[in-house]
Design a protein around this ligand. Structure first.
Ligand code: SIN
Length: 485
């Protein structure tokens, strides 16, 4: 039971959608969905496995050719309708998300609209899947490049953005003409199922979007092993991304992997302090620090450290942690006790290695709520410098010179997001070009938009989502030679 009633109770589904119908597991097994604020079970979902995944793949393959031939304008219209329905049901979708993920209701609604923006964007892009004509090397020949749907696709999505990480994958797949099977996180499946209800209402033909709920291993193994599934898009940990890559080798599947990060945020002496603090608050504390692009290492130049720290502490002390359904909460719980344990371990390790606790600290109770925390004197000897904390901890590192900051920022095997703050435009170009990351924010802590490519380099993954590049992930190029003309 959700703690808030829905206007449209039909959005709360406890069955999966595959093989043309809403249904449970062949075994009858279910998994609980837990509200991370209260620890209560709010629903159950089918615990699907290999058998149901095979059925879903076969069903997607049956609709693949027809869906691929559907005129782009028609696919665009369906996406537009889906977008309208998501926006119209934003309040209910936000309630479902807060109930299963914990983020404050206003933030959840923000994510619903962020997620909807990808559907709108790719509805528009569906009409712009242009090919090419190439100058031919000999008379009587013409060469065209056609862009065709890659085939059956699958999306494996995380719990931190239960809607946006789905729409960012499903919308381009659908626009490109690929049927897609979504395996949402077993921690936040209800948002995915509600999206599927709205897709059905929008008129998506059966099999174009299927949602498989359950534990990841059996479903993931079946998806990766299949030669029918031509593409997997995954957002989650680097470890799982590596596993998917290994298991996709046999079928030479196309992969988009949006993996872990260890984002630096650099504040130079000449930064506008208000901008820099606002950037940290946005980047570090969004979703209680549970994003792949959260500032994980805040590098501050020596001269500005005292002023910056004082101003940051003023802002952090305003943060209210609490139940996502309480309108005064600014940070909700972390997804589960294990996530909170990791945050506590990072704080304890930093303190044991000589960091100073400026605010917050280890959370002592048994729950899932973590205290916003600021640490200073953080060094590379501490775990927090190398591992993603995925929680509301702001560790402050000090540097003296620009080159040193760039070297510190790049000293990570990850390369997703990075941020820096300066008022010097020449420095902005130098630093922006030197940072080895897929996305760089200069004087801003927000880098996530439908129009902008999202993705990383190094251990942070391959491929891009969103933007006009995002649809290419679901398209195959075919070179079409005309001879003897
Ligand atoms: C993520 O944390 O994986 C995505 C964050 C975003 O879209 O901004």
């Amino acid at each position: 039971m959700l703690r808030r009633p829905l206007q449209d109770a039909d959005l709360l589904r406890q069955q999966a959608l595959f093989n043309g119908q809403w249904q449970g597991a062949i075994s009858g097994e279910t998994l609980p969905v837990i509200d991370p604020s209260s620890g209560e079970v709010i629903a159950t979902i089918p615990a699907l496995g290999a058998g149901e995944t095979e059925q879903a793949i076969a069903f997607a393959e049956r609709v693949r050719a027809d869906w691929g031939k559907t005129p782009n304008a028609q696919r665009a219209l369906l996406l537009e309708k889906w977008h309208q329905l998501i926006v119209a049901h934003a309040d209910d979708l936000a309630i479902i998300m807060t109930a299963e993920q914990g983020k404050p209701l206003a933030e959840a609604k923000g994510e619903v609209l962020y997620g909807a923006s990808f559907v709108k964007w790719f509805a528009e892009e569906a009409r712009r899947i242009y090919g090419d004509t190439l100058p031919a090397p000999e008379q009587g020949r013409r060469i065209l490049v056609l862009k065709q749907p890659v085939g059956v696709a699958a999306a494996i999505t995380p719990w931190n953005f239960p809607i946006a990480m789905i729409t960012r994958k499903v919308a381009p797949a659908v626009a490109a003409g690929c049927p897609i099977i979504v395996k949402p996180s077993e921690l936040t499946p209800l948002s995915a199922l509600a999206l599927a209800v709205l897709a059905e209402r929008a008129g998506f033909p059966a099999g174009v979007l299927q949602v498989l709920t359950g534990l990841p291993t059996a479903i993931g193994q079946t998806l990766t092993a299949s030669r029918i599934v031509r593409k997997i898009s995954f957002t989650g940990s680097t470890r799982v991304g590596q596993w998917l890559m290994e298991h996709s080798a046999d079928s030479i599947k196309r992969l988009s992997l949006e993996l872990g990060g260890n984002a630096p945020l650099i504040v130079f002496d000449d930064a506008d302090i208000e901008l820099a603090v606002a950037g940290v608050m946005m980047s570090k504390f969004r979703n209680a620090g549970q994003t792949c692009v959260c500032a994980n290492r805040i590098l501050v130049q020596r001269g500005i450290m005292p002023k910056f720290t004082a101003r940051l502490l003023q802002e952090v002390s305003q943060l209210r942690v609490g139940d996502g359904f309480d309108a005064s909460s600014m940070l909700g719980p972390l997804i589960n006790a294990a996530a909170r344990e990791k945050v506590n371990r990072h704080i304890a390790d930093a303190l044991n290695h000589g960091a100073e606790l400026l605010y917050g600290g280890i959370s002592e109770d048994n729950g899932t709520f973590a205290r916003p925390t600021v640490l200073s004197g953080v060094t590379t000897a501490m775990r927090i410098a190398h591992e993603e904390t995925f929680g509301p901890v702001a560790p402050l590192f000090m540097f003296d010179h620009e080159d040193e900051a760039i070297a510190m920022a790049n000293d990570t095997p990850y390369g997703l997001g990075a941020y820096f703050f300066t008022e010097d435009l020449r420095r902005a170009w130098r630093v922006g070009e030197a940072l080895e990351f897929g996305m760089v924010g200069f004087n801003t802590g927000s880098i996530s938009f439908d129009v902008a490519p999202f993705g990383g380099i190094k251990l942070s993954g391959i491929g891009r989502e969103g933007s006009h590049y995002g649809i290419d992930e679901y398209l195959a190029l075919k070179t079409f030679h005309f001879g003897s003309l």
